[in-house]
Design a protein around this ligand. Structure first.
Ligand code: ADP
Length: 178
């Protein structure tokens, strides 16, 4: 059996999946949006580990992912990935967004995890068009779940009702679950 994709409206900082994904920036030093919310809810242990990672290996390039503790969160781990800033679609944005999802999933699998929750990467401050981002996110996760049996659940946690509806529409168009 392949793992399942679930879509919910909610706050990613409250999820009980083994890992939650942070839409970070390359500095890994926190920021606004979901990044700020995760650091606020998880406490300083997350930033301390981010700092050590940057000292060791430098900034996190766009499309890559690193993992830290979840600190005070219910999730044991935070996987920090850096999505692309949308310019006009001709600067590799689609591939970089797919890489961010795939490398986050790969990080979870390499660490033996079975459940992971994603926010809608790059569609806030980074301005990636929502429908296009949703399609790439869902396609990338679907393809990954077909190749890798270890994951049980990949959950998308959409902050607004509108975001949830767009993800549901793309999910139905991709005929996932049929
Ligand atoms: P990016 O810089 O990658 O665009 P943002 O944090 O600006 O990241 O936005 C990404 C998405 O995360 C947006 O849809 C935003 O509404 C959403 N978001 C913000 N806070 C939360 C939260 N606590 N839980 C889930 N999603 C959130």
């Amino acid at each position: 059996m392949n793992g399942k994709i679930t879509l919910i409206q909610g706050d990613i900082t409250r999820q009980e999946t083994e890992a939650i994904v942070n839409a970070a920036n390359s500095s890994l030093m926190g920021g606004g949006g979901v990044d700020g919310a995760i650091h606020r809810a998880g406490g300083s242990a997350i930033l301390e580990e981010c700092r050590k990672i940057v000292d060791r290996q430098g900034r996190c390039p766009t499309g890559q992912a690193v993992m830290t503790t979840g600190g005070n969160l219910k999730a044991k781990y935070v996987i920090h990935t850096v999505g692309p800033v949308w310019k006009d679609g001709s600067h590799g944005e689609d591939v970089l967004l797919a890489n961010a999802y795939r490398n986050s999933l790969q990080t979870a699998v390499q660490n033996g995890l079975q459940t992971i929750a994603f926010p809608s990467i790059s569609t806030g401050a980074y301005r990636f068009p929502l429908e296009r981002a949703a399609r790439i996110a869902l396609q990338t996760v679907r393809d990954f779940l077909q190749e890798t049996k270890q994951l049980e659940e990949v959950r998308f946690v959409l902050f607004s009702q509108k975001d949830l509806e767009v993800y549901q529409k793309e999910y139905n168009q991709l005929a996932i679950g049929y």
